[in-house]
Design a binder for this molecule. Structure first.
Ligand SMILES: Nc1ncnc2c1ncn2[C@@H]1O[C@H](COP(=O)(O)OP(=O)(O)OP(=O)(O)O)[C@@H](O)[C@H]1O
Ligand SMILES: [Mg+2]
Length: 326
């Protein structure tokens, strides 16, 4: 999987939460890479570890969570050994930044947008007030907002406008990698489409590399060049947009099910398919393949042995015993 175009490379990342109930295996041996200028989609059911994975990349795992293994290489430099000061001073927001899940609801209600954005700049960069203000206005314009937004309070903005503010703030320190964690959830479909178009446009214009998280495979088909499918803390399939959505379609039984459960426009079906059962408790994940209790094609081997990701065609990786010969 090594490639000199990789701006980010994640190797065997492990993240656990040490709770009273026990150790949660939230991210377990996850490896992938992100190329310069690429949009990588990360999908999977609620609780499968999407947010935890990307919070790991920012080194912002909340307690009782911890990165317990692996490497996170940004342009070849492993950031796991870096101290919190080093992360804050040279990596977070400047090299890799994030639009947090639900961030638009976290804007402080008592401050104007300008004041909130100014605080973010001043926390990270020494910049004259006027220069910072100019930059804030530039970025607000870039995301399609007028200058006078800086004097408004969050309650005076629509959901879409707030999300644009959050995106502008994430781009502000000119990171090359931007993570968007469900940036369109809770917005109506028209505004969702506008935000997705905005992200696509910004990616092109600024040459960003993007990790885009959503539950929704239809949205992902719109934005992603490649897809990572996660199930219960593990990656089960990696493929290009064409490989997953094309004629051949996905190979892993979980991805197949996930796609079939996605409604499509202009296609009448009697009933949408769903995935039987519920995702497992990650304190005590199933043995072998974690999907085996819900898989209709389960074999004896799946219950005992953990399948690793195998490349079944160039760039298409599957972790499933059904696709391995041994
Ligand atoms: N602060 C925490 N303390 C304990 N367990 C946590 C914590 N945060 C997440 N987890 C556990 O880690 C696992 C992964 O959660 P995560 O939030 O990463 O999932 P997700 O894929 O982002 O889900 P969603 O689609 O709902 O946002 C879950 O089992 C969750 O219960
Ligand atoms: Mg999440």
């Amino acid at each position: 999987m090594a490639d000199t175009n990789d701006i980010l490379k994640v190797e065997n990342l492990k993240i656990n939460f040490f709770t009273r109930k026990g150790k949660v295996y939230a991210v377990d041996d996850v490896s992938f890479s992100l190329k310069k200028g690429e949009t990588l989609g990360l999908v999977g059911e609620s609780g499968c570890g999407k947010t935890t994975t990307v919070l790991g990349l920012m080194k912002m795992i909340p307690p009782p969570g911890k990165i317990t293994g692996g490497r996170i290489l940004i342009k070849g430099e492993d950031i796991i050994p870096l101290s919190e000061d080093e992360m804050r001073e040279k990596i977070r927001w400047e090299k890799i930044s994030m639009v947090f899940q639900g961030a638009m609801n976290c804007l402080t209600p008592v401050y104007t947008i300008g004041k909130q954005m100014m605080e973010t700049v001043q926390e990270h960069k020494e910049m004259e007030y006027l220069q910072a203000k100019k930059r804030i206005i530039n970025y607000l314009n870039l995301v399609g907002l007028p200058e006078d937004i800086i004097r408004r309070y969050p309650h005076e903005l629509s959901g879409g406008m707030k999300q644009r503010v959050v995106i502008a703030t994430a781009l502000f320190l000119e990171p090359e990698i931007v993570i968007c964690d469900e940036p369109t959830t809770a917005l109506d479909v028209v505004v969702q489409a506008q935000i997705i178009n905005l992200i696509k446009r910004l990616k092109k214009k600024l040459g960003l590399s993007v990790i885009f998280i959503t539950h929704d495979l239809a949205t992902e088909a719109e934005v992603a060049d490649r897809l990572l499918v996660m199930y219960a803390g593990k990656l089960v399939e990696i493929g290009t947009n064409e490989q997953i959505y094309g004629k051949r379609g996905p190979i892993h039984p979980y991805t197949e099910k996930l796609l079939k459960a996605t409604p499509r426009l202009h296609e009448k079906v009697e009933e949408l398919s769903f995935i039987p059962g519920t995702p497992p408790d990650l304190v005590d994940p199933p043995s072998g393949c974690r999907f085996h209790p819900r898989c209709l094609e389960v074999m004896e081997k799946c219950k005992k042995d953990i399948p690793s990701l195998i490349e079944v065609e160039p760039g298409h990786w599957i972790a499933c015993w059904r696709n391995t010969n041994d």
